[in-house]
Design a protein around this ligand. Structure first.
Ligand SMILES: [Zn+2]
Ligand SMILES: [Zn+2]
Length: 161
């Protein structure tokens, strides 16, 4: 791979000094925003293992890896814009709003999302709101905090009113 290749995540740095060390597990994302950027770059680079590994551990075995792989390949990825970042939501949560632009068979598309992230141990993970089944509200949270789901990650996934 060309070491001067620009990283697709939008930071205007060579891939080898930006998201590649994260994709190869030499470094860990130190913020939810960095994790978000590196996950977008992983879609572009076809690093699907990284998409799985950076989803909260309790959801990893529930991910449809084939569908994720297909989606990453079907689209031509055009760029990522971080709209806003809320890095310090309690407890150990963050939200990142972003727009990912891509081209599919219908033309140019924008995927606009407000994503939730949780810090477990020293690592940040993506909370996937689309993965089924979710824990019940009274069961232990999927992030491993030991708290009940409803007092921990559920509100960030919009699952409590
Ligand atoms: Zn990058
Ligand atoms: Zn949690």
């Amino acid at each position: 791979m060309n070491s001067m290749l620009m990283c697709p995540c939008g930071l205007s740095q060579p891939y080898s000094q930006c998201c590649e060390p994260l994709h190869t597990q030499h470094l860990m994302a130190d913020s939810a925003e960095q994790l978000m950027r590196s996950r977008y770059a992983a879609f572009v680079m076809g690093e699907i293992d990284y998409i799985v590994q950076t989803t909260v551990p309790a959801q990893q075995h529930l991910l449809d890896v084939k569908a994720i792989t297909a989606w990453s390949q079907q689209n031509q990825w055009l760029g990522l814009t971080i709209v806003s970042s809320q890095p310090n939501l309690k407890p150990h949560h963050a939200k990142v709003e972003f727009i990912a632009r891509f081209r599919d068979q219908q033309g140019e598309q924008q995927h606009h999302e407000l994503s939730s992230f949780v810090q477990a141990g020293s690592r940040w993970y993506f909370l996937d709101p689309t993965v089924e089944p979710m824990p019940t509200l009274k069961s232990v949270c999927l992030c491993g905090s030991g708290q009940k789901f409803k007092r921990c990650c559920a509100p960030f996934l919009g699952l409590t009113s």
